[in-house]
Write a protein that binds this ligand. Structure first.
Ligand code: ZN
Length: 306
């Protein structure tokens, strides 16, 4: 009985609070809206200093496409639960060239980047992904994801209309099947999800087998020859990445590992460490407040041997 009374009392308090808020909202002058996403829904831009490399952004995902006089190499369809992203992507390519879309290269197996490729398939594109991506998609098939036609193991070079595009596997990181796409002449790479720019790692690193292997894969990327990186999400104001960004991310992972190791030695893993570990050096990075505890959680597991 007491409990029921408490629930009713709480409900009443909540209702009072809501109606109070409503009154305040009605009597206060209109506040400026919170900074909504002011960008247009999508944008296509040619990468400065190149003749034929483009970035297609739809909401918060981006893909690279390369136009040659023997056809187009597209990457991730980025059409999960939004088929209009894919029709827009194809329309944007058609605005630039009449050449057919010959290839779609998957950056990795996550649906938010690769769902929606059917339209490209219908237009005759050949789909390429890392071997482990195909295995993953066979394990978890989705009607929205086109199965790769061809797979890459460690390395493959596509030559199309005078453009060379390398597809490189640098080891397990954010997934076990991420490809680095490198344009040697343009000194550009396209990487998705495993090199966030001045941004923390995603949540508690889902689908990541080994954070140390991730770090090793970053060292391999840093050792490649390139100058600018196109990421799969627009980070840090939408700029391209640099090798310094890769080194900074390695530094973040090392600082995180060291702090969590200390917390683990003091018996604070997992919950206390999630609350207490701070890395103020990175507090201006994207998702610092919301993802740091989750990054700590993942590194606590590492200290427990998994
Ligand atoms: Zn991903």
């Amino acid at each position: 009985m007491m409990r029921r009374f408490a629930v009713i009392a709480t409900l009443f308090a909540v209702m009072t609070l809501c109606s109070t808020d409503l009154t305040v909202a009605q009597t206060q002058p209109a506040q400026p809206a919170p900074p909504a996403d002011a960008r247009p829904m999508f944008a296509t831009s040619k990468v400065e200093g190149t003749d034929n490399v483009y970035i297609f952004r739809y909401q918060n995902h981006q893909s690279m496409f390369v136009v040659t006089n023997s056809g187009v190499i597209a990457t991730d369809p980025i059409g999960l639960r939004r088929p209009q992203a894919v029709t827009t992507y194809v329309d944007e390519i058609k605005k630039v060239t009449d050449q057919p879309i010959k290839y779609v290269i998957y950056s990795h197996s996550h649906y938010d980047h690769i769902a929606g490729g059917k339209l490209f398939k219908d237009l005759g594109a050949t789909f390429v992904a890392h071997r482990n991506a195909k295995a993953q998609l066979e394990k978890f098939p989705s009607p929205d994801v086109v199965m790769p036609d061809e797979v890459v193991d460690n390395e493959r070079t596509l030559n199309l209309g005078g453009t060379m595009l390398e597809l490189l596997y640098v080891g397990r990181n954010h997934s076990d099947n991420s490809l680095v796409m490198r344009l040697p002449k343009e000194k550009l790479i396209f990487t998705v999800d495993f090199i966030p720019i001045q941004t923390l790692l995603f949540r508690n690193l889902p689908d990541t087998a080994s954070p140390p292997e991730w770090e090793a894969s970053l060292q391999r990327v840093a050792a490649l020859e390139w100058e600018r990186m196109i990421p799969g999400h627009p980070y840090a104001g939408g700029r391209l990445g640099t090798k310094q960004d890769v080194m900074d991310l390695i530094g973040y992972m090392q600082d995180l590992a060291a702090e969590v190791k200390k917390a683990a030695a003091e018996g604070k893993c997992i919950d206390t460490a999630m609350k207490e570990v701070k890395l103020p050096k990175y507090e201006n990075w994207g998702n610092y407040a919301n993802f740091l505890p989750l990054n700590v959680e993942r590194y606590c597991y590492l200290n427990n041997g998994f």
